[in-house]
Design a protein around this ligand. Structure first.
Ligand code: NAD
Length: 296
C-alpha cells in the first residue's frame, strides 16, 4: 500500500485515481472542482482541502491538470507540491503540457531534491476507466522504476521514453501523426465517395494496403466499417477537436522552439483550429471529415 497524493481528478484523473483506490492504495485527492472531487471521495479517497493537504505524508504525488501553466503553479506555487512534499516523495505529472513547462517542473523538482517523471498518457477516458492507458515517461531510470508499479495499475503499456520531458515529446509527436493522418483519411473517404466508391469497399482495400493507419482501422471517420468509431454516434467524443488542437499547438510551439518546419503538422493545426472556431470544439476530432465534406 502506497500513500498517494492526487491533484486534478477531472475526466482523466478521476478514473485514474479510482483505479489506484480500488487497487488498495491510500489516496488523498484535491481538485478545485468540488463535484469532481466528490466522485473520488465516494469511492474511498480522502478529501484534501488544498495541494499541501493532498501531498502531506504522501510517498508519491500524481498530477493530472489541464495545461503547462497549471502544472507550473501547482508544482512551484506557495504551498505547492515542491514546497509541501516530504523529502523522498516521487513526483509523477501525467498532464499533457508543453515541453518547456515539463522541463521547468523537472528542474524545480531536482533543485529541491525530488525525483520526478513526466508521464503523459494516451487512451482517453475509456482507457483511464479500464486501466489500459499508454504512459510515455521522461526522467531518470531510477525514477521510472519507482513509478512503474503505480503506472501499471492505471495503464497497459508503460514506456520509458528518455530523459526529462521525453514523455511529452513522444506524446506530441504521436498526436501530430494522428491529427494529420485523420485529416488525410477523411479526405480519401470524401474523394472516394465523390468518385462513386463505396466506403466499406475503400475500407476493406486500404486496411490491407499501404495506406493503412490506426485512424482508418480503429477510428474510421465514416459510419459503418468500424462499429466502435465515433462516426457511428454522430462524432460524440472520444477525443475532442479542442484537445487535438491543443496537442497540435504544443507540437508547433515545440517545432518553432527547435527551429524546425513541420508543414503537415502546421496544416493539421490550421484545419482543426478552423473547425474548432466554427463551434465544433467538443465534437470528436474524427468529425473533421464533416468540414472536408463541406459541412460543419
Ligand atoms: P479535465 O479538465 O477534466 O481535468 C482537469 C482537472 O484539473 C479539473 O477537474 C480541474 O478542476 C483541475 N484543476 C485545474 N487546476 C487545478 C489546481 N490548481 N488545483 C487542483 N485542481 C486543478 O481534463 P482531462 O480531460 O482530465 O485532461 C487532463 C490532462 O490529460 C490534460 O492535460 C489533457 O490534455 C490530458 N489528456 C486528456 C485526454 C482525454 O481524452 N480527456 C486524453 C489524453 C490526455
Amino acid at each position: 500500500m502506497t500513500k498517494i497524493g492526487f491533484i486534478g481528478v477531472g475526466n482523466m484523473g478521476g478514473p485514474m485515481a479510482r483505479n489506484l483506490v480500488q487497487a488498495g492504495h491510500e489516496l488523498a485527492a484535491f481538485d478545485l472542482d468540488e463535484e469532481k472531487l466528490n466522485l473520488v471521495v465516494q469511492v474511498g479517497a480522502r478529501r484534501a482541502a488544498s495541494v499541501a493537504d493532498a501531498v502531506a505524508g504522501a510517498e508519491m504525488v500524481v498530477t493530472m491538470l489541464p495545461a503547462g501553466g497549471h502544472v507550473r503553479a501547482v508544482y512551484t506555487g506557495e504551498d505547492g507540491v515542491i514546497a509541501a512534499s516530504a523529502a523522498g516523495t516521487l513526483l509523477i505529472d501525467s498532464s499533457t503540457i508543453d515541453v518547456d513547462s515539463a522541463r521547468a517542473a523537472h528542474a524545480a523538482a531536482a533543485a529541491a531534491g525530488f525525483e520526478m517523471i513526466d508521464a503523459p498518457v494516451s487512451g482517453g477516458v475509456g482507457g483511464a476507466e479500464a486501466g489500459t492507458l499508454t504512459f510515455m515517461c521522461g526522467g531518470t531510470a531510477a525514477a521510472f522504476a519507482r513509478a512503474k508499479p503505480i503506472l501499471d495499475i492505471m495503464g497497459g503499456n508503460i514506456f520509458h521514453a528518455g530523459d526529462a520531458g521525453a514523455g511529452q515529446v513522444a506524446k506530441i509527436c504521436n498526436n501530430m501523426i494522428l491529427g494529420a493522418a485523420m485529416i488525410v483519411t477523411g479526405e480519401a473517404f470524401t474523394l472516394g465517395q465523390r468518385l462513386g466508391l463505396d466506403a466499406q469497399s475503400l475500407f476493406d482495400i486500404v486496411k490491407t494496403a499501404s495506406g493503412q493507419t490506426w485512424a482508418l482501422t480503429s477510428y474510421c471517420p465514416v459510419p459503418g466499417p468500424v462499429p466502435t468509431s465515433p462516426a457511428n454516434r454522430d462524432y460524440q467524443p472520444g477525443f475532442t477537436v479542442e484537445m487535438m488542437a491543443k496537442d497540435l499547438r504544443l507540437a508547433q510551439d515545440a517545432a518553432q522552439g527547435a527551429k524546425l518546419a513541420t508543414p503537415l503538422g502546421a496544416a493539421a493545426l490550421a484545419a482543426y483550429s478552423l473547425f474548432e472556431g466554427a463551434g465544433n470544439a467538443q465534437m470528436d476530432f474524427s468529425g473533421i471529415i464533416k468540414m472536408l465534406q463541406g459541412e460543419g
